[in-house]
Design a protein around this ligand. Structure first.
Ligand code: BG6
Length: 306
């Protein structure tokens, strides 16, 4: 178990987390952004673009960007809100106990709005983020957002953990758990449709917000013979995104062929914004784990390991 703060790319501060079995994660204070999650064999599980810029104010392309207080570009703020392009601080008073009996290691970060932020989003808040790795290499992100407005005003926000998973070949990937759900199709002006297939597979650009998604979603990587399991709490929706070739070429911080090796499955609160009265706190938690495909057996009846 180890927690170490070091200089990352371009001199940006990052925190390295390692659990007792050798699983690890890396968190940049810039964006409160997880850029790496590795299993005990040292294999990278998150996708990070080779062209990712670690240059504020551009968000880091890959890993787990935090979208807050606005998911997407629908709203008055920059696309996906400003939390992903602010420098967070280490939280020395996280006001939450470590997970009992945990053999993992964690870091607590905090983001409070600057005067400039208050001009574009006129609310006072404390956003506390705990990132923990282990036991068993499970990566957990817990966000607690508190309304600290002194003037008695409520505020509303939308949110997502914009996780980029590393996959061997996108055309061999299946996302399970979203069957029969309604979704908003971002490629058709958020038209509301219903998922018909028995799993999501990829043959072209896909950008959908699945509504009221179940707590567990699985991403099966056939070629690597492994499955990511996403468990979400307090986060009703799930975005599935792959830009495919044309959009990939249009993104300056993303390689032309990299769409083949990533998929975003983003746990979020998007359709119905979260509203907080003064002093109220909201919690949204994401847990990511990895299983060999044989343990999943083609269904979401996951073993006790989770
Ligand atoms: C996804 C959206 O969450 O993020 C997509 O659904 C968007 O529409 C993608 O293209 C990437 O956004 P950005 O701002 O990081 O380029």
């Amino acid at each position: 178990m180890a927690v170490e703060q070091v200089k990352g790319l371009n001199g940006l501060e990052k925190v390295l987390l390692k659990d007792s079995t050798g699983c690890s994660a890396e968190v940049y204070l810039y964006g409160g952004h997880v850029t790496s999650w590795k299993n005990e064999k040292g294999e990278e599980l998150l996708f990070l673009s080779n062209k990712a810029l670690f240059e504020p104010p551009k968000a880091i392309r890959g890993g787990i960007p935090i979208c807050f207080p606005q998911f997407s570009n629908l709203g008055p703020l920059v696309a996906h809100g400003f939390a992903r392009n602010r420098i967070w601080s280490i939280d020395t008073d996280p006001q939450i106990a470590p997970t009992p009996n945990s053999s993992g290691s964690f870091v607590d970060l905090i983001l409070k709005p600057s005067e400039e932020d208050s001009k574009i989003w006129p609310h006072s808040f404390e956003y506390r983020l705990r990132v923990e790795v282990g036991p068993g290499g499970i990566l957990t992100l817990t966000s607690r957002i508190r309304n600290t407005n002194p003037d008695g005003k409520s505020f509303s926000f939308t949110f997502a953990y914009h996780t980029y998973f590393s996959v061997s070949d996108i055309s061999e990937v299946r996302v399970e758990g979203l069957e029969t759900l309604d979704y908003l199709d971002n490629l058709q002006e958020r038209k509301r449709l219903t998922e018909q297939g028995d799993a999501i597979t990829f043959e072209g650009e896909l950008d959908r917000i699945y509504l009221q998604a179940p707590r567990k979603i699985a991403i099966l990587d056939h070629e690597k013979n492994r499955t990511f399991v996403v468990i979400k709490d307090g986060l009703p929706d799930a975005v599935v995104w792959n830009p495919w070739d044309k959009k990939a070429k249009a993104m300056s911080d993303f390689g032309d062929e990299e769409y083949k090796h990533m998929v975003c499955v983003e746990a979020g609160a998007i359709e119905d914004p979260v509203t907080l009265k003064p002093s109220e706190e909201w919690t949204g938690r994401l847990q990511l784990s990895l299983l060999p495909n044989t343990h999943v057996g083609g269904s979401l009846d996951l073993p006790n390991a989770l």
